[in-house]
Design a protein around this ligand. Structure first.
Ligand code: FAD
Ligand code: DLZ
Ligand code: SF4
Length: 508
C-alpha cells in the first residue's frame, strides 16, 4: 500500500529523510500551501512568496524525478487549510494509510502531526550536523552551556578548518578579528539577484492579493527560488564578499544594507542549500588561499556553531522555551517596530530596511532592534513574534533561541552569559546611524540625549539584583556607582520619562 511523504515549505531538500525513506514507484508526496502556516504570525510578504515559489519549483523537480506529487495551492477550492487536514484529505483520496514526515522545526507542528488522525512516522531531520541525541550527550553533566565548546566539538566532528586535531592557524576562534567599524566604502555590490520568472510572478500576484496588507514590501523580489540559483548566490558571495566578511561582520551602514554578509540564511533554512556543503565551500576557499582565516572561521562558526547550537537549545528546552520572561518585561511592542514614526535614526533605518528587504544582519537585529526592546523592557513574547514575522529566514527553531535567549535574556541566561545591551556609544562606533539623528549620541542627559544612553543605565539599575554579581558586568556597575547621586537620579528620571512617552504612543 502506498504511503504519503510530507514535504513542508522549509524542507525543500532532495536528500530529505522522508524522501530517502520512501519509494517513488509507490509512495506519494504531499505538499500544501495552507492558511494555518501562513497565518500563525503575519509573515512578511517576501517570506511567503519565497516559500511558495520555492515549494512550487521543488514539486516540479520531484515530478521530473518520477515522484507522484499532490500539490495544493493556497486558493485551490479543496484546500483543507492545514497540514494535517491536507494529509487526511490526500489519504482519503489515495487510500494511503501512513505518512512519512521529517521532523518539523516547530513544536506546534510536531504536536499537531503526533495527534493527527492518520498514522505519522516522524524521522529525524538529518540536514543538521548534530542530532538531538548528540546535543543532549554534549549537554550531559555540564554546569553551564557555552556555544564555544559545542562549536569546537562540531569542528572536530566535521574536520572543518582542522589541522589534525588542532584548529587551523592554532586558534579556535577569531572573533577578536571580526569587529572592525563600518568601512568608508564597500566594494561588494550585494547579494546575487534573480529576475522573477513565470512561476515567481504567479506567486507574487497571489501573495499581493492575499497578504498585501502585511508589514513589508513584496516587490522588488529578487531571491533565489531553486537549489541551482541558491548555489550561484553562494558562489557569488564566496568570491566577492567573503574575504572581507570577517573584518566587517559587526559593522552597520545606512546606505548599504548587506555589507559583506552572505544573505543565505533563508536558503539554508528552507533547504535550498545544505549547511555542511556551504561550510565545505568556504573551507575550500580558505585552503586555496582565497580568503583569510578570520573570514573563513568567522563564517563557519556561525553555521556549525551558532546555527546548530540554537537548534540544540530549542529542542532541548521544549515547547515552553518561547514563553520565557526571566526579566519580567511587560511593555507592549511600540508601533515604531511596525514602521511607526521615530526620531531614533538607528531604529528607523533598521525597521525601514526590514520592511523593504525582510532582512537585517545579525548586529542590526541584536544591537539595534533587540537592544532597544531589551532596554525598554518590552514583553519578550511580543518581540519573539515580531522577529518570527518580519524576517525571511525566520523559523521558530532558530528565531526563538536568538530572540528569547540571545537577544532578550528571557531564558534567564541559557544562551547568553550576560545581556546584550549597549549605550549609544557602541552603535556610533559600529555604524553611521548617529550622523543625522535627531538625538545626540554624545549627550548623556538633558534635551536631545540619545535614548540608548539613558535606557542603558535604567536597565542595569532596575535589574541590579540579578546582574550585580555577574563577573562580566562588574565594570558597568562600578562605572554607574562612581557617578554622583544627582547624576544617577537625573538619568533614571529622564529614562522613566522616555519610557512613559513611548508607552503613551508619543513619537520618540
Ligand atoms: P551571515 O552574517 O552572512 O552569516 C552566515 C550564516 O550563518 C547565516 O546565513 C546563518 O545561516 C548563520 N548564522 C549566523 N548567525 C546565526 C545565529 N545567531 N543563529 C543561527 N544561524 C546563524 N537567523 C535565522 O536564520 N533565522 C532567524 O529567524 C533569526 N532570527 C534572529 C533573531 C535575532 C534577535 C537575532 C539577534 C539573530 C537572529 N538570527 C536568525 C541570526 C542571524 O541574524 C541571521 O542568521 C543572519 O543575519 C542571516 O543573514 P546572512 O545570511 O547574511 O548571515
Ligand atoms: C512559513 C511557512 C509558510 C508561510 N507557509 C507554509 C505553507 O503554506 N506550507 C508549508 O508546508 N509550510 C509553510 N511554511 C513553513 C512552515 O511554517 C514550517 O515548516 C514550520 O514552521 C516548521 O518549521
Ligand atoms: Fe540611535 Fe542614539 Fe545614534 Fe540616534 S544617537 S542613531 S538614537 S544610537
Amino acid at each position: 500500500m502506498s504511503r504519503l511523504v510530507l514535504v513542508l515549505g522549509d524542507q525543500l531538500s532532495p536528500g530529505l529523510s522522508a524522501l530517502r525513506d520512501a519509494d517513488p514507484d509507490s509512495d506519494i508526496v504531499v505538499m500544501a500551501e495552507v492558511t494555518e502556516e501562513t497565518d500563525y504570525v503575519r509573515h512578511h510578504p517576501k517570506k511567503i512568496a519565497l516559500i511558495f515559489a520555492a515549494m512550487r519549483k521543488f514539486a516540479a523537480r520531484l515530478r521530473d524525478d518520477g515522484w507522484d506529487v499532490r500539490y495544493t495551492q493556497l486558493d485551490d477550492t479543496q484546500n483543507a487549510g492545514s497540514i494535517v487536514g491536507e494529509l487526511v484529505r490526500r489519504a482519503e483520496e489515495t487510500g494511503a494509510s501512513e505518512a512519512l514526515v521529517t521532523e518539523p522545526g516547530e513544536w506546534r507542528l510536531i504536536d499537531k502531526l503526533k495527534h493527527a488522525p492518520i498514522k505519522t512516522r516522524i524521522l529525524p531531520d538529518d540536514r543538521f550536523i548534530a542530532s538531538h541525541q548528540e546535543f543532549e550527550a554534549w549537554v550531559e553533566g555540564r554546569k553551564a552551556l557555552r556555544m564555544e565548546y559545542f562549536y569546537r566539538e562540531m569542528r572536530r566532528k566535521t574536520g572543518l578548518l582542522m589541522e589534525g586535531s588542532d584548529p587551523a592557524c592554532g586558534e579556535w576562534n577569531f572573533d577578536h578579528e571580526n569587529r572592525k567599524p563600518a568601512p568608508g566604502e564597500v566594494d561588494f555590490s550585494g547579494p546575487m539577484q534573480f529576475t522573477p520568472d513565470e512561476t515567481v510572478e504567479e506567486v507574487l500576484a497571489l501573495v499581493e492579493a492575499r497578504f498585501g496588507n502585511h508589514f513589508g514590501d513584496l516587490r522588488p523580489f529578487w531571491f533565489a527560488t531553486t537549489e541551482g540559483e541558491a548555489r550561484r548566490a553562494l558562489s557569488h558571495f564566496i568570491s566577492k564578499a567573503l574575504p572581507k566578511f570577517g573584518d566587517y561582520q559587526d559593522a552597520m551602514l545606512t546606505e548599504n544594507r548587506f555589507l559583506y554578509h552572505a544573505v543565505i540564511s533563508a536558503y539554508i533554512n528552507i533547504g535550498l542549500l545544505d549547511p555542511l556543503e556551504v561550510c565545505e565551500r568556504v573551507a575550500e576557499a580558505y585552503a586555496a588561499g582565497d580568503v583569510p582565516i578570520n573570514a573563513a572561521e568567522g563564517f563557519i562558526r556561525q553555521i556549525i556553531g551558532w546555527r546548530e547550537y540554537m537548534r540544540g537549545i530549542y529542542f532541548l528546552k521544549g515547547p515552553d522555551y518561547v514563553q520565557g520572561n526571566a526579566l519580567g518585561h511587560a511593555r507592549d511592542l511600540p508601533e515604531l517596530f511596525w514602521g511607526g514614526e521615530t526620531q531614533m535614526r538607528c531604529l528607523a533605518k533598521a525597521v525601514e530596511q526590514t520592511a523593504a528587504e525582510a532582512y537585517a544582519h545579525h548586529i542590526q537585529r541584536l544591537m539595534i532592534t533587540g537592544n532597544f526592546a531589551l532596554l525598554a523592557g518590552i514583553d519578550p513574547h511580543q518581540v519573539h513574534e515580531w522577529y518570527l514575522a518580519v524576517y525571511m529566514d525566520a523559523f521558530e527553531w532558530v528565531e526563538a533561541p536568538n530572540t528569547v535567549g540571545m537577544s532578550q535574556f528571557a531564558d534567564g541566561g541559557v544562551i547568553a552569559s550576560k545581556p546584550y545591551v549597549s549605550s549609544g556609544a557602541y552603535i556610533n562606533r559600529m555604524s553611521d546611524y548617529c550622523k543625522g539623528c535627531a538625538y545626540s549620541v554624545s549627550k548623556k542627559t538633558g534635551e536631545g540625549a540619545c535614548p540608548f544612553n539613558l535606557l542603558y543605565w535604567h536597565f542595569l539599575d532596575r535589574h541590579r539584583d540579578r546582574f550585580k554579581d555577574n563577573a562580566r558586568m562588574g565594570n558597568m556597575y562600578r562605572t554607574w556607582d562612581r557617578m554622583d547621586a544627582d547624576r544617577r537620579e537625573t538619568v533614571i528620571a529622564e529614562a522613566s520619562a522616555f519610557l512613559k512617552r513611548l508607552e503613551s504612543g508619543e513619537i520618540v
